[in-house]
Ligand binder design. Sequence first.
Ligand code: ZN
Length: 855
Amino acid sequence: MPASDPRTIYLADYQPFSHLLEQVELRFRLDPQATRVTTRLHLAPNPERPGKQDVRLDGEDLKLISCSVNGEILKVVPDATGLTIAAARLPSGAFVLETEVEIAPAENTALEGLYMSNGMYCTQCEAEGFRKITFYPDRPDVMTRFKVRIEGDLPVLLSNGNPVGQGEAWAEWEDPWPKPSYLFALVAGDLRAFPDRFTTMSGREVDLNIWVRPGDEGRCAWGMQSLKAAMRWDEEVYGREYDLDIFNIVAVDDFNMGAMENKGLNIFNSKAVLASADTATDDDFARVEAIIAHEYFHNWTGNRITCRDWFQLCLKEGLTVYRDQQFSSDLRSAPVKRIQDVLALRARQFREDGGPLAHPVRPDHYIEINNFYTATVYEKGAEVIGMLRRLVGDADYARALDLYFERHDGHAATIEDWLKVFEDVTGRDLAQFKLWYTQAGTPRLKVIEDWDKGRYTLTLEQENPPTPGQPEKDAKLIPVAVGLLSPNGDEVLPTQVLELSEAKHSYVFDGLGARPIASILRDFSAPVIVEREVSVAERAFLLAHDKDAFNRFEAGRSLCKDVLARMIVDGAEPLPELLEAMEALAFDESLEPAFRALALRLPGEDDMAATLFAAGHVPDPAAIHAARDALHLALAQKLRPRLSVLESAMHVPGAYAPDADSAGKRALRLVALGLLARLDGGAAARAAFFDAHNMTESFGAMQILLEIGQGATKLERFEEQWRDDRLVMDKWFAVQVTSAKPEEVAGVVRRLTEHPAFDLKNPNRFRAVFGALTANHAGFHEADGAGYDLLADWLIKLDRLNPQTAARMSTGFESWPRYDIDRQEMMRAALERILATEGLSRDLGEMAARMLARA
Ligand code: ZN
């Protein structure tokens, strides 16, 4: 069923732009209220579009000052979305179209286009923000060379490419690489550089800078180190070298996303680049490293080769996420990274894929493209690449990537182009594999086992559930990595990738002495939900013996989920076998601490709600919360005799270092402290708080205390100490909501929105409070519906200022179909109320309509 909204854009309607754009010159005269932008477009007819064509330029909220063709003034009147110049008014052949517009960056609260943040000018153009700067063919398949002149009385004036000239209050930049408008960037302000240098593999010297507000220079070293590591890694692993003389990163406090890969001038949410021991946690450090790498890797996967249209977004995002995951995996612990990625995939992408917002990795229609920067496009997009690599093998993956860079460098490509390089390299037909890109929904993989006189039969059956607009699906090609263990724990069959291409298939393994124990979907070889009857004994066996680290984790996880589900639904007691297995794991010194920390953390409440719903139950948020609490207590009691020993063994002495090993120890120590707090009233956590010498420890200990209803004075002191630090204060806002008791959550949120430092215009601050509201599962879903009302009220308020962030935060409602009728009705009413709001943005409007199944 196609969407009925007249603003819907379809993949099937793609047409190349009417003209070729040979070059563009931009001149900015900066002013907070009245910036003037002069644009000279060097246009020529496009032979692919025969006949004389009109020129249609995109443009929104622009005050047109003048327009001329080849120097002759043209009288034109823009409409709400752009400017058309009729073919009849154009010369035949090439011509120069010049426009001048006026914009007001200081009034721009949407943070799209040219805006101001703390007195500094900056831009955000992906996906369609350039049209808020000037009239332009604002589409990724129009790639051209940019020359930029910036005039403004500010010490630092930056744009893409290489600097070619500067003087009193002006600077000029030229980018030799053709690029689409979404990669344009401009920054101007009173900034300080944290400089460094990098020599590329062919000996090119590159100047590196991280630009920050005065005072933040001391938080740049980690980002710089991560950048150099990423540059080296891309050379060594993908053979990709940097291609300009200078690479700039700028930190800004007001930003809708994590960061942006503008050519040679990456712009970062300061949260995603600044880090120091006393202000950032280990998780922050790891995130900074990953995001710096992600944006850097886009230089090849996204910038040199870009997307033909926005339906192909996963072409750059899926591949770049895949690359940054590999990078982190190489720098840190591969199994731990894989587990973290799968946990995040399940929490966000499976949730999306199982609800009203489900869409294919490559969508085929949209109303607002900003709504498709999703876990499906990014994270499932990365999983699809991992599967492709499993299917073709490492060597052919490398050959295919080389061919991809060779064939498409400098062009705007499609998913068809991407798959074609794999087909050409391997000779395989990937038509069935392509369904992963075009069909939404998480496949279910049913596993049936049979043992008969030395013959083991493994039957795999796939089921592809219906999703919005896609009631029926074909069988996918699913790579299922399988290993078989003998009862004594030896591997009788090392990992093999079975290619399930039919709805159902049986695999026979002969000549086995004893019934094997199967380890299925090793390393999470495909983004599917496994359905398999496994005994507690078998799970415990795999947890103890599996050679695949991911499946070892998974065995414990699924056992834990089974036990929790029974506690929630039947009021069962915590299963002793589970507690014993977790105890063995907690103290198994052959396992790395980070792995143990992950394995000891109980599944989240939202995860349990999804699991119960999938098993045919109506999840009760309060019951889930209570059962999880009870299991935590039981685990603490079981581990009690050795928890203090574990806690002190994981103490990392000496100066703080953010490396993976130390971080893993700190993580396990905090898990131990969290369990101890349920037994000792918080004594150990309090001691750890006073003894802390970095943010990981002090914030971790404070969080534990807040979770057991203590720590109020620490919260006050924390506020006093950090009141002027926006990033640290975001943590202060968030932790109060995430650690509040369910019945207190709405009150805490209301109080925080009245705090003088609450700022609706700052996306990080909004997310700190309202992201935490939806993350507190039992609190958000309190039976009186207060959480729903609060979120709806504030989304409506935010939408007037910042539609993009309002739309993204509305996904708090996407899981409404899981719950009981009362909650369903309240959530639907909240969405209806949003939808009925006058002047609602296209962004939030599309989201609400899709969640209500009306688009
Ligand atoms: Zn990206």
